[in-house]
Design a protein around this ligand. Structure first.
Ligand SMILES: Cc1cc2nc3c(=O)[nH]c(=O)nc-3n(C[C@H](O)[C@H](O)[C@H](O)COP(=O)(O)OP(=O)(O)OC[C@H]3O[C@@H](n4cnc5c(N)ncnc54)[C@H](O)[C@@H]3O)c2cc1C
Length: 322
């Protein structure tokens, strides 16, 4: 069935909301890669109450997918079935209280970093280099330059979007989150709405300097202005538990600059895939799979996707891969 045919059916089955529900919204403009098909329905809740009430009343068979600003996401060309949730301005607030900062899940990491700098709170500098939202950062345990979300996390609020207990609100502790390398232990379907972090006392000027160093280092080493999805593969561990660098393995397998359709392995940083202009999601995913195949053949190491891939391939409804 085509996405457009499914749209009208689904809209009639959705509970009333105070925010916006729109059918058949193209997702590519929301994604860093600028590829991907439409959301069957896009929901932008008015606030956390609107979100919880919507989820509690949503028919159990309707899938829910939450996206941030899709800086670590590849949306497939056939689009995403069910409701795609996007937390907009209503979730972008940032409050400072002593050395603690509470931010909505839709707040950009860079804005949280700047609020910390302005308030003289150290420990948030790494967020200046991560182009996502707080919701994405919690899910991915985002990190850079020796620091990660886990180091500053105090608490989060979330709503269940999974099939069990949909719409239930929860307060989450560090133990609930159990952060690990680029992930948290929260089940698929947990929708973060807000989080509180804590840093150390610092000097605004020293914090600003560290942030500038991080920004300069990134510009030198990563294709930060390209249509990309950040690090494609997680750094794997070898048999001795040592962490290997994905980019070095990709380099060894001769994949730097490799092209498939409009997709390319970045010549600047070979753990980044790039949409050179007219790539499809299938080009990007196919190129990533080719890199995995070559790395395995050359080095014996199996790479795992760090980029989350969602939705259906063009022209058909397929299982959503993990
Ligand atoms: C140029 C570039 C550089 C990058 N550098 C880094 C880096 O140094 N370190 C790093 O860690 N990452 C990096 N990334 C990856 C990316 O920015 C982070 O993973 C970021 O945290 C993703 O946030 P997002 O809002 O874009 O989430 P999305 O990409 O939209 O989503 C990522 C995952 O988070 C989930 N998610 C999003 N919002 C919520 C929510 N409110 N509740 C529950 N789940 C949610 C999505 O369902 C998805 O599974 C980089 C990306 C780019 C493009």
């Amino acid at each position: 069935m085509m996405a457009a045919e499914r749209n009208s059916d689904l809209m009639t089955r959705l509970p009333p909301v105070r925010g916006r529900l729109i059918a058949g919204v193209p997702l590519a403009p929301f994604c860093w890669f600028r590829v991907g098909g439409p959301a069957e329905v896009l929901f932008e809740p008015a606030d956390a109450g609107d979100l919880a009430a919507f989820l509690a009343a949503l028919p159990a068979d309707v899938p829910v997918t939450v996206i941030g600003v899709a800086s670590n996401l590849l949306v497939r060309d056939g689009g995403v079935r069910g409701v795609v949730l996007r937390l907009g301005k209503a979730f972008a607030g940032i409050r400072v209280d002593g050395r603690r900062i509470t931010a909505g899940a839709g707040a950009m990491d860079v804005n949280v970093a700047r609020a910390a700098r302005d308030a003289g709170i150290a420990g948030f500098e790494f967020l200046i280099g991560i182009p996502g939202t707080i919701g994405g950062a919690l899910t991915m345990n985002a990190g850079a330059y020796g620091a990660e979300i886990k180091d500053i996390f105090v608490a989060a609020r979330a709503v269940s979007g999974g099939t069990d207990g949909r719409g239930q609100v929860a307060a989450l502790t560090p133990a609930d989150m159990a952060f690990a390398y680029r992930r948290s232990a929260q089940p698929e379907g947990t929708i973060f709405t807000e989080a509180t972090f804590e840093g150390r006392s610092g000097q605004a000027a020293a914090i600003a300097l560290r942030m500038k160093e991080i920004q300069d280092a990134r510009q030198d080493s990563q294709p930060v202005k390209a249509r990309t999805g950040g690090s494609t593969f997680a750094n794997p561990a070898n048999e001795d538990g040592e962490t290997l660098k994905a980019w070095e393995l990709i380099e060894r397998a001769g994949c730097r600059g490799l092209i498939r359709g409009g997709a390319q392995v970045s010549p600047q940083h070979c753990n980044f895939l790039i949409n050179t202009g007219n790539a499809t999601a299938a080009d990007l995913e196919g190129l990533g799979e080719e890199v995995r195949r070559r790395v395995l053949a050359e080095t014996g190491v199996q790479l795992h996707w760090e980029i989350r891939r969602i939705g259906d391939p063009a022209g058909g409804l397929a299982e959503v891969a993990s």
